[in-house]
Design a protein around this ligand. Structure first.
Ligand code: NAI
Ligand code: UGA
Length: 430
C-alpha cells in the first residue's frame, strides 16, 4: 500500500515520517510550494525536536517524497490521509474548508478504490460529509471508504508520541477499511480501538476537552491556594498519586494555549449548543482559562502599582517549551495587555519569534536573558524552557532594577529564588 499524506504541517509531516519509518512508501502533498521545497531538501520549516533527523533519514531512504502535484499524488496512492488544518471560525465552530477542498480533489482525481482517512480534528459527522463531498466531485463512480483516525500527538513530543502512541483509534464503517488501517499500524504496539467514525471523532474532542478541564481545575484551585497559603504543587502531587486522578496535566500556571485546546474546546461547545445541550463544566473550563493570565498580571500590579512605563521582561513566548508555536500562547495575551497599559516589554525565547503585530517600538525581543533583564522592574516566566532553570540567577538579579520574579509556570524553586533575594510569586505557589 502506498500512502499519501495531504497537508504537511505538524501532524502531516510527523505522520509521513512515522509511516516511512515503519517501512511504507509515503508521499507528502501540500499546496504551499515553499514547504514542499524545504521538505524535499530535508529541511524542517518548523521547530520540532527529533523530526529533522528523521526527515533527513527518509528523504534519503527513498521511501518518502514530497509534491504539490495533487492529481498525480491522488492517482498513485491507495491510502490517503487528510491532515489539513481545521481552524476556528469567528463563532468557534471548526472551519472545514480545507477538508472539503481535499475531499473534492480526491473525488475529482481518483482512478480506483481509495481508503480516505481523516486525521484532522473534525466535528462529529464530518466523515459523512467527506463521503458526500468526494461523491459529488467524482468524475467516475470509483469505490472508496472514508475512515476517521484522530491524532493525539503533542507538539514538542510529536515524534515520540506518534511512534509510541498510547492508543490508536479507528473509526470505520466497513471491515475492509478498518482492516487496512490496522495493517498499516501493525508494527505499533498499543491498544487499538475500532469504532464508528462518529465515536472516533468524539473521542478526539472529548480527550482534548478533558485535558483542558484538568488544567482549568488545577488553575482554579491554585487561586484558592494563594489566600490559604497552601502550595498547589504539593496538592497536585498528593492528588496525582491516586491512580484514578493521575499526576499529568495538573501543573498550575497561566493557562493552556496552542493551536488545539482552545479551538477544539470551542468547537465542542458549539456542537453542543447547536443540539441544545449545555456543557456547563466545559464552558467554565474556558472561562477559567481566559482569565488565568490576568491572574498573573493582577499579582504584578499588586506589587508594582501601575504598569505604565514599567520595564517588564517576559521569559518565554511559545505556548509551551520545545516548540516555536505561539498560536493562542498566554504570553502573547500578556504582552497585549501590558502594551495596553503602556508598559515597556522585553521578551526572551530561544526559538519562538515575535508575531508581526507585536513588532512595535515598545516591544524588544532577544534570545539573550541578560539583555531583556537590564533595568527590568519585573520578570514574568511564561514558558518553562529548561534554559530558564539553568541560568545564573544571582548575576541576573543584579541587572534588574527591581528583582521581582513572577513565575507563571511554577517552574523555578520558590525557596531558592527567595534566598537569592528575589521577590518570588508563582500561581498558588510561593
Ligand atoms: N498540531 C498538533 O499538535 C495537532 C493537530 N491536530 C489536528 O490536525 C490537523 C492539522 O494540524 P496541524 O498539522 O497543526 O496544521 P498545520 O497548519 O501545521 O498544517 C496543515 C497543512 O495543510 C496544508 N493544506 C491546507 N489545505 C490544503 C490542501 N487543500 N491540500 C494540501 N495541503 C493543504 C497547509 O498548507 C498546511 O501545511 C488539525 O485539525 C489539528 O487540530 C491533531 C493532533 C495534534
Ligand atoms: O489535539 C492536539 O493538537 C493536541 O493537543 C494537545 O497537545 P499540545 O497542544 O501540543 O500541547 P500540551 O502539552 O497538551 O499543552 C497544551 C497547553 O496546556 C498547558 N498545560 C499543560 C499541562 C499542564 O499540566 N498544565 C498546562 O498549563 C501547556 O502549557 C500548553 O499551553 C494534547 O496534549 C495532544 O494530545 C493533542 O493531540
Amino acid at each position: 500500500m502506498n500512502i499519501l499524506i495531504i497537508g504537511t504541517g505538524y501532524v502531516g509531516t510527523t505522520t509521513a515520517l512515522v509511516f516511512a519509518e515503519m517501512g511504507w512508501k509515503v508521499t507528502g502533498l501540500d499546496t504551499e510550494l515553499r514547504k514542499i521545497e524545504n521538505l524535499r531538501q530535508g529541511l524542517l520549516y518548523f521547530y520540532e525536536p527529533g523530526l529533522d533527523e528523521m526527515l533527513i533519514k527518509h528523504t534519503g531512504s527513498g521511501r518518502l517524497q514530497f509534491t504539490t502535484d495533487k492529481a498525480k499524488a491522488i492517482r498513485d496512492n491507495d491510502v490517503i490521509f487528510i491532515c489539513v488544518g481545521t481552524p476556528s471560525r469567528p463563532d468557534g465552530s471548526a472551519d472545514l474548508r480545507y477538508v472539503q477542498q481535499v475531499a473534492e480533489d480526491i473525488g475529482e482525481h481518483m482512478n480506483g478504490y481509495k481508503l480516505i482517512v481523516n486525521k484532522s480534528t473534525v466535528p462529529v459527522g464530518t466523515q459523512e460529509r467527506v463521503t458526500d463531498w468526494v461523491r459529488e466531485a467524482q468524475v467516475h463512480p470509483h469505490p472508496y471508504d472514508v475512515a476517521s483516525n484522530p491524532e493525539f500527538l503533542r507538539e514538542g513530543k510529536a515524534l515520540e508520541d506518534a511512534l509510541h502512541p498510547e492508543r490508536i483509534v479507528i473509526g470505520a464503517d466497513s471491515d475492509h477499511a478498518s482492516g487496512l488501517l490496522q495493517q498499516l499500524y501493525a508494527s505499533i504496539n498499543c491498544p487499538v480501538i475500532v469504532t464508528s467514525p462518529r465515536t472516533a471523532e468524539l473521542i478526539k474532542y472529548a480527550s482534548n476537552a478533558f485535558l483542558a478541564a484538568k488544567i482549568s481545575f488545577v488553575n482554579e484551585l491554585a487561586r484558592l491556594c494563594d489566600p490559604l497559603e497552601v502550595n498547589i504543587k504539593e496538592v497536585a502531587l498528593g492528588m496525582g498519586l491516586d491512580s484514578r486522578i493521575g499526576p499529568k496535566f495538573l501543573q498550575a500556571g497561566i493557562g493552556y494555549g496552542g493551536s488545539c485546546f482552545p479551538k477544539d474546546v470551542a468547537a465542542l461547545l458549539l456542537t453542543a449548543q447547536e443540539l441544545n445541550v449545555r456543557l456547563q463544566v466545559l464552558q467554565h473550563v474556558v472561562d477559567v482559562n481566559q482569565t488565568q493570565y490576568l491572574y498573573l498580571l493582577d499579582k504584578v500590579r499588586n506589587r508594582l502599582g501601575t504598569l505604565a512605563h514599567k520595564k517588564i521582561a517576559l521569559f518565554g513566548l511559545a505556548f509551551k517549551p520545545d516548540t516555536d508555536d505561539i498560536r493562542e500562547a498566554p504570553a502573547v495575551r500578556i504582552i497585549q495587555t501590558l502594551l495596553q497599559e503602556e508598559a515597556e516589554v522585553r521578551i526572551c525565547d530561544p526559538v519562538a519569534q515575535l508575531p508581526a503585530e507585536l513588532k512595535v517600538s515598545s516591544v524588544a525581543f532577544s534570545t539573550s536573558p541578560e539583555e531583556v533583564l537590564d533595568g527590568a522592574d519585573a520578570v514574568l516566566l511564561c514558558t518553562e524552557w529548561p534554559m530558564f532553570r539553568d541560568l545564573d540567577w544571582t548575576r541576573l538579579k543584579d541587572r534588574m532594577s527591581r528583582p521581582n520574579l513572577f513565575d507563571g509556570r511554577n517552574f523555578l524553586d520558590a525557596g531558592r529564588m527567595t534566598e537569592l533575594g528575589f521577590y518570588y510569586e508563582g500561581i498558588g505557589y510561593k
